[in-house]
Ligand binder design. Structure first.
Ligand code: FE2
Length: 281
């Protein structure tokens, strides 16, 4: 589990890498379940293309906080709006409530191993707000520009932490995570939020650019967990290789922190905690 050195690294550098943290059998089970979700997904008539380059926040996206929805890669369609390849190879990710609604992802997300991580980095009453299964498809898996998760999951005070699981091996070739060590200490740059006139937009909080700290690639074998402080700038390159780079991410927030009504992700029911740890529902 986490030792003193890990906790110090989280405080000082904003991330922790835990190799071989999750069994290969569990990774395989999660991969299979993601495929089952795609099998059942009917894409006909749906052209909601998701990309962090162009946050077209349509209803499909905005209402996905308490649902399981599939989002296409930006390059999934040709110039006529027709899919270039079949759906299993066109989906960017599934979000955003796998941890609540899908039995396999729910069991994993609330397992004792995952629950223990939150306590180790100082959460007092963690809530599982959001989950995503990310495919990073071979050939078309898009770049995720440098960002802080707190931009998208804003709480007062800041409390979000990402738990990122390599479900498949991640390398520089297929777009592994890259982090800016220590960059979390420079504060939040912007907020992504719902606008009063409808739609979404970015609000600048601090217009000074990210510090000039070199990004550190984090190649990871399947089963590796990376913990990411909500203010840590991170990035992943496009996947132009022939191998996918599948990952599952969970985002936790502190129950006591204020959660603004103009955050993009809204729920009708409050996010639940780790039942195994707190008994809360
Ligand atoms: Fe992120």
């Amino acid at each position: 589990m986490l030792n003193q050195k890990h906790r110090q690294q989280y405080r000082e550098e904003g991330y922790i890498v835990l190799d071989n943290f999750i069994d290969q059998d569990i990774c395989r089970k999660l991969r299979q379940q993601a495929q089952h979700i795609l099998d059942a997904f009917d894409p006909s008539g749906l052209y909601s293309i998701f990309s962090t380059h162009d946050q077209q926040a349509d209803e499909y996206f905005l209402n996905s906080g308490e649902d399981i929805r599939c989002f296409f890669e930006e390059d999934a369609f040709d110039e006529h709006g027709q899919p270039r390849q079949e759906k299993h190879h066109s989906i960017n990710k599934i979000g955003h409530a796998l941890h609540d609604l899908d039995p396999v992802f729910a069991e994993f997300s609330r397992s004792a191993a995952i629950a223990s991580l939150a306590g180790h980095v100082g959460f007092s009453d963690p809530r599982l707000l959001q989950s995503m299964y990310i495919f990073k498809q071979p050939g078309i898996g898009g770049e995720v520009v440098l960002h802080q998760d707190a931009t998208f999951i804003y709480t007062q005070p800041q409390s979000v932490m990402g738990i990122w699981l390599a479900v498949e091996d991640a390398s520089l070739e297929n777009g592994c995570l890259q982090v800016m060590p220590g960059g979390h200490r420079w504060g939040l740059k912007q907020r992504f939020k719902r606008l009063p006139e409808g739609g979404t937009g970015f609000e600048t909080i601090d217009k000074t650019p990210f510090p000039d700290i070199e990004l550190k690639p984090l190649p990871a074998k399947a089963g590796t967990i990376v913990l990411l402080h909500g203010l840590l700038p991170h990035y992943s390159a496009a996947n132009r290789s022939s191998r996918s780079r599948q990952a599952y991410t969970l985002h936790l927030i502190e129950r006591q922190a204020a959660y603004p009504a103009d955050n993009w992700l809204q729920r009708r029911t409050p996010p639940r905690g780790f039942d195994v740890m707190t008994g809360n529902h």
